[in-house]
Design a protein around this ligand. Structure first.
Ligand SMILES: [Zn+2]
Length: 251
């Protein structure tokens, strides 16, 4: 008697059969690393008003206040470790089965898990910029400043203005090159594998359509529904940290 393949086996077969595969990740891939998401009832925006802490106008108006939110957030992010999902995606990249990762996350966990190309469409905490004079700073500079004066926001070494994380704030344009690369990858993908994103926020909301219009397929691993469930060839309800290592095993 023939048994139907499990969803995990079906996903493994899709990854192998629909090359190139591009992985698109959202907050859900990092929640198992202890990083809260933004939009869920227990998420960051349930406790902090994004109008006060995450808009470019808020930063320009009162950068020190925005840093009261960002300083503990940066410490939390650098204290977090990549989880089984990040490691499984990096392994798929090492095996040549995933071309690149496009992520909404700013936490650097894909890179720390050893992923190859990672396209960060919302920026990251890797670098910081002085909006006054344009000077750029690395994370290590900001960490030293935060460590030296806990209640002080990190400042530019040349003009003393408060520096801003190179994370996309509300009201800011998205990084053009990353955006262009993300759409190019989506267009060329035989399979777009969405992990831990509800696909509600632009630009990632438009990437599945870009893949589908150009003849590629869509697979989704997420806890809870997404905006593109009906267009997906396969949808697995579950945690990324359990599903993805099982997919690596099944390949
Ligand atoms: Zn400056």
């Amino acid at each position: 008697m023939r048994r139907d393949p499990t969803p995990v086996q079906t996903l493994a077969d899709l990854i192998r059969g629909r090359q190139p595969c591009v992985v698109l990740t959202g907050a859900g891939v990092s929640t198992e690393s202890g990083i809260p998401d933004f939009r869920s009832p227990t998420g960051v925006w349930a406790r902090f008003d994004p109008q006060e802490y995450a808009t470019i106008d808020a930063f320009r108006g009162n950068p020190a206040k925005v840093w009261e939110f960002y300083a503990p957030r940066v410490s939390m992010l650098i204290g977090a470790e990549p989880n089984a999902a990040h490691h499984a995606i990096a392994e798929l990249q090492r095996r040549g089965l995933v071309e690149a990762v496009v992520t909404q996350n700013i936490d650097l966990l894909h890179e720390r898990a050893g992923s190859g190309e990672v396209v960060e469409v919302h920026g990251s905490i890797r670098s910081f910029t002085c909006l006054q004079c344009g000077a750029g700073y690395e994370l290590s500079y900001v960490l030293r400043q935060l460590h030296a004066a806990r209640d002080e926001p990190p400042r530019c070494a040349s003009c003393a203005a408060v520096v801003k994380p190179d994370v996309v704030f509300f009201g800011e344009l998205l990084p053009e090159r990353a955006l262009e690369r993300a759409f190019t990858l989506a267009r060329g993908a035989g399979l777009l594998l969405v992990v831990g994103s509800t696909l509600e926020v632009w630009p990632v909301a438009d990437l599945p359509g870009e893949t589908l219009r150009h003849g590629g397929s869509l697979a989704i691993v997420n806890l809870g529904p997404t905006a593109c469930d009906r267009q997906a060839e396969l949808r697995i309800e579950g945690s990324a940290g359990e599903i993805l290592p099982a997919v690596v095993e099944a390949l």
